[in-house]
Design a protein around this ligand. Structure first.
Ligand code: PDD
Length: 283
């Protein structure tokens, strides 16, 4: 089925939406993106994603595209036109088309693209059974706090995981886990939820921020600090968070079975809390 996508002011069948070969997103990965989840046909965490998008643009001195002020309406219109009940809206802004040059062009017009993806988010086999992760060296650039479209290494990590019979990779730098290839990483030891603190080393997950807030409101203990691969192998529970996975239990880390090899109680509770709370706030 052909989707309706949004490109620079127009709603178009996906086959008709075309971007220039000179677009800097295509030539230089000079672009930023966001993924906003949809549940019950409504957007989750829209405000958070919009704020992070503005920050990504400003960190890269990239202009806001035309239509930026209408992003909520555009998201809603796409969800409606494509009849999305569960899934997500992908948004990408690039610096636009200009003759190839490393220097930022002066008067390129930013490109704005949005499209929807319908897919089950709630009752998935991964959520019921948990996923497995391997470790991979974190060789990404130093500004992981900016959500850019330079996703080749995360993509390679998913392939490495697949080749090893696992689902995903947790990245390791200087002896500590930074984050998952496309998610934030957590372990549980005793009653403590442990996750790396915010810095330029990781993406500041929108799901992470809300999740930590809900967890602390539920009197759960949180420690924001670096943790090692050994601590992860030895954890009582492990999980990831992202817009598309919410809270997803991890039951195997680098070949070591976590707990009894099924999703742990804390991870399950956090997933429930996160889904309930974000559903209530969906717009
Ligand atoms: N990934 N860390 C990385 C490297 C990510 O790519 C993501 C999101 C996250 C979690 O951020 P959030 O909770 O705001 O989704 C952390 C998205 C979902 C993706 O690339 O598809």
């Amino acid at each position: 089925m052909s989707r309706i996508v949004y490109l620079n002011g127009d709603y178009l069948p996906e086959e008709e939406a075309k971007v220039s070969v000179f677009d800097r997103g295509f030539l230089m990965a000079d672009g930023v993106y966001e993924v906003t989840s949809v549940l019950d046909g409504k957007l989750l965490e829209f405000e958070g994603h919009l704020k992070r998008l503005e920050r990504s643009l400003s960190e890269l001195d990239m202009d806001k595209p035309e239509g930026f002020d209408d992003l909520l309406e555009i998201h809603r219109e796409l969800v409606k036109r494509n009849d999305v009940e569960q899934g997500g809206v992908y948004l990408q802004i690039t610096r636009g088309a200009a003759d190839r040059d490393f220097v930022y062009p002066k008067d390129a017009k930013p490109t704005l693209v949005l499209f929807t993806q319908s897919k089950p988010l709630l009752d998935t086999p991964a959520a019921a059974n948990g996923i497995s992760v391997i470790f991979a060296d974190d060789i990404r650039w130093g500004r992981r706090d900016i959500k850019t479209v330079q996703l080749l290494y995360p993509s390679m990590c998913k392939m490495m995981a697949k080749a090893a019979g696992a689902d995903d990779a947790w990245l390791v730098e200087d002896g500590f886990v930074t984050e998952g290839s496309s998610n934030n990483a957590y372990i549980v030891k005793g009653n403590k939820i442990i996750t790396r603190g915010l810095s330029n080393d990781i993406l500041h997950g929108i799901t992470r921020a809300s999740l930590l807030k809900y967890a602390s409101e539920a009197q759960m203990e949180i420690e924001e600090r670096n943790f090692t691969p050994d601590e992860a192998r030895d954890a009582d529970e492990a999980f990831i968070s992202s817009a598309s996975t919410f809270v997803m239990p991890v039951v195997k880390v680098d070949g070591s079975v976590i707990g009894d090899g099924t999703p742990g109680a804390v991870s399950k509770r956090l997933r429930e809390i996160y889904v309930d709370e974000s559903r209530k706030r969906a717009i």
